[in-house]
Design a protein around this ligand. Structure first.
Ligand code: ATP
Ligand code: LTN
Length: 331
């Protein structure tokens, strides 16, 4: 049987949060046993909103180091920068003709990111964001796309594009599917558990580089709910449910198992146990991250990764070019 192709990316737009970690990053190494992962830094996507060049460079290095610290093994996974593989931009130039203005304007990420902006300040790139994301996925013939819940709409749009393209040109593109964690696909803000923990709206966030004292303090002062029972009930107890999801995902257990551990606990003692679990995990993660930063191990990993990624991506690009009628003479 053909191995699964797994693809995902993270935008280097700011400080990574516990949501990014529990939703995707921490569990990526498991995919190495399921198939062939292509994992990248979505630096072209980071340009879709204004960003300082030095910050973009530093964030990109951080994400590379985070991938390695999470346990991705460069012998099993291909790690690369999106901008190092020019096929992303080339495929984008083709695929932008097969997605439509109506579809793109319905994307909630686009609406969320631009509601407060004046039309004259909204770049074309943020509107066309899902086209490039679809190309990221298509280029690697990916069938599995591990993401948090907020990205499902984009993967669905990619599926529409694949269907549309294949109907017109034959069986050229592989149909991808979003893969969500059962627990942790949507970690909420600690100060407002009805909102996603988000690096672009960092109220109530835990950042992956926070020191342990800060992490503990943030968890101990997380908003909780009426009542006193530690029970998973996202509608009536969004704060406690979020902390249970954080605990379960950190420990890699189910929500039911987590609930059982805390029968009869008071909120304060429960929070302390959550803080202990998160701190133990993050502390070890940060030590690995620091070692990778100090040794600059990510440089060779990204260089080698780009070579491997280019090879796969260029083959798909050629297949698409041929399908639509572009001439592809060999050099
Ligand atoms: P922003 O908040 O600025 O929109 P983001 O964190 O959603 O950024 P990325 O950094 O590209 O954007 O996200 C990387 C991955 O982390 C994506 O798969 C995304 O779905 C996931 N993710 C982001 N926030 C959460 C969250 N709160 N819970 C679970 N997964 C999340
Ligand atoms: N859009 C994603 C980042 C991203 C991505 C991708 C994720 C860009 N290209 C391809 C999965 C597959 C985000 O904003 N979190």
């Amino acid at each position: 049987m053909k191995k699964s192709r797994i693809l995902t990316g993270i935008k280097p737009t700011g400080k990574l949060t516990l949501g990014n970690y529990l939703g995707v990053l921490k569990h990526l190494p498991e995919t190495q046993d399921e198939g062939e992962p292509f994992i990248f830094i979505a630096d072209l996507h980071a340009l879709t909103l204004p960003i300082d060049p030095e910050e973009l460079r530093q964030n990109s290095i951080d994400i590379a180091a985070f991938y390695l610290a999470a346990g991705l093994d460069p012998n099993k996974s291909t790690l690369f920068l999106q901008s190092s593989v020019s096929a992303h931009a080339e495929l984008n130039a083709i695929m932008q003709n097969y997605l439509y203005m109506g579809e793109l304007s319905r994307m909630t990420q686009f609406k969320d990111k631009t509601t407060k902006m004046n039309d004259s300040a909204i770049g074309l790139g943020i509107f066309a964001y899902p086209v490039l994301m679809a190309c990221d996925i298509i280029l690697y013939d990916a069938n599995i796309v591990p993401v948090g819940e907020d990205q499902v709409q984009h993967v669905e749009l990619t599926r529409d594009l694949v269907k549309r393209f294949n109907n017109r040109y034959g069986n050229i593109l592989v149909m991808p599917e979003a893969k969500l964690r059962k627990v942790g696909a949507r970690i909420m803000s600690l100060s407002d558990p009805t909102k996603k923990m988000s690096k672009s709206d960092p109220k109530g966030d835990i950042f992956l580089k926070d020191d342990m004292k800060t992490v503990r303090k943030k968890i101990m002062s997380a908003v909780t709910d009426l009542g006193s029972e530690v029970k998973y009930d996202p509608v009536n107890k969004p704060g406690i449910s979020n902390l249970l999801a954080i605990y379960a995902s950190t420990k890699d257990i189910s929500i039911e198992e987590a609930e059982k551990e805390f029968v009869g606990y008071r909120y304060g003692d429960f929070k302390k146990a959550v803080a202990d679990a998160v701190c133990a995990d993050l502390e070890a993660f940060q030590a690995r991250y620091q070692h990778i930063i100090d040794t600059k191990e990510y440089e060779k990993v990204l260089k080698d990764g780009a070579i491997k990624a280019r090879k796969v991506a260029n083959e798909t690009l050629k297949r698409v070019q041929n399908a639509v009628g572009l001439l592809t003479y060999e050099e």
